[in-house]
Structures are given as structure tokens and as C-alpha cells.
Design a protein around this ligand. Structure first.
Ligand SMILES: [Zn+2]
Length: 168
């Protein structure tokens, strides 16, 4: 079972100094609260998916959603919202994916390098993966090395998949 969804985190709280509360007429007591939502998988934040927020008067505790705000409050709120930057950890999941992808890539390079080492210095017991002329894969097992000759057992099976190793 994969648990996923979204969470939000508070990223800005700012006093809207010039704004008067339309409910109690108090000036400078309205605050903008901005949150940034992020998608998560197993509670690991994956990436941000937008900002949400609300304005609240600290005097009368009235809350104003964006569409309820008078024009001046909405402008001040939007300024706070567009300036608010979320924390980088909301990208943690993407970072983890990038690290894993990078590790797989590096591992592939190392494996390629090992194959090259084998070819330059074949030893008894080495196994080569070969692509046969008809496009199938097979493997060769090194039995012995004598001067410039390498004696191999050929796998009796060919496959169209890599990583097949069945010796007869
Ligand atoms: Zn108020």
C-alpha cells in the first residue's frame, strides 16, 4: 500500500499594517497567513504544489478567505503570498529520487568499467555477456588462458534477455 497525499506548512505570517478589518474596523490587526502545500509519499515531501492562505484579524478573530477580502486587503495579502518562499525540504523526495538515479547511473559506469578490465585480462572463471550476431544474448565462461588464446565454454542457451546465466 502506498500512502500519499498532501500536507501544508506555514511559510509566512505578516501583519498587513495599513489594512482595516471590515468586521471590527480595527486598523493594523489583520495578518496574512501563507501556507505552501506539498505532495508526499509515505510522508516524505515530494514537491510543492502551490500556496494557500488566509487573512485573520487578531482583534475580532474574523477570518477572510481570498474571495471575501476587500480590494485593499486582497492586494496586501497577494503581495505577502507572492513574496513568500517555501523551504527547500519540500523538494526532499525529488532530491532522493535524483540521488538514487545518480547512484544507478554511476553503478552502470562502474560495471561497464569492470567488463573492460575483464576483456583486457581474462581469467579462468570470468563470464562475458555477448550479443550474438542474430541479436540474442549469450554468455561465455572462461576456462583457461594460454598466451594469446582464451578458452571459453559457450552457453548452450541464447536469450533475448540480458543476465541469463545457465551453464551446462
Ligand atoms: Zn477585526
Amino acid at each position: 500500500m502506498i500512502i500519499y497525499g498532501y500536507n501544508s506548512t506555514a511559510i509566512a505570517t505578516e501583519q498587513l499594517v495599513n489594512i482595516t478589518c471590515p468586521n471590527c474596523e480595527t486598523k493594523g490587526e489583520v495578518y496574512a497567513f501563507i501556507l505552501r502545500r506539498h505532495a508526499h509519499v509515505f510522508w516524505i515531501p515530494l514537491f510543492p504544489i502551490g500556496k494557500i492562505g488566509v487573512a485573520q484579524c487578531q482583534h475580532c478573530k474574523s477570518e477572510f478567505k481570498k474571495k471575501q477580502m476587500p480590494e485593499d486587503m486582497k492586494r496586501a495579502y497577494q503581495n505577502v503570498k507572492s513574496d513568500a518562499r517555501g523551504p527547500i525540504w519540500q523538494f526532499a523526495g525529488l532530491g532522493i529520487i535524483a540521488v538514487i538515479a545518480g547512484a544507478i547511473y554511476v553503478n552502470g559506469i562502474i560495471k561497464d568499467g569492470q567488463n573492460e578490465d575483464f576483456i583486457h585480462a581474462p581469467l579462468k572463471g570470468d563470464v562475458y555477456e555477448c550479443k550474438t550476431s542474430n541479436g540474442y544474448f549469450t554468455t561465455l565462461l572462461v576456462d583457461g588462458v594460454n598466451g594469446d588464446s582464451v578458452f571459453v565454454f559457450e552457453n548452450n542457451y541464447e536469450t533475448n534477455k540480458k543476465n541469463w546465466a545457465q551453464w551446462n
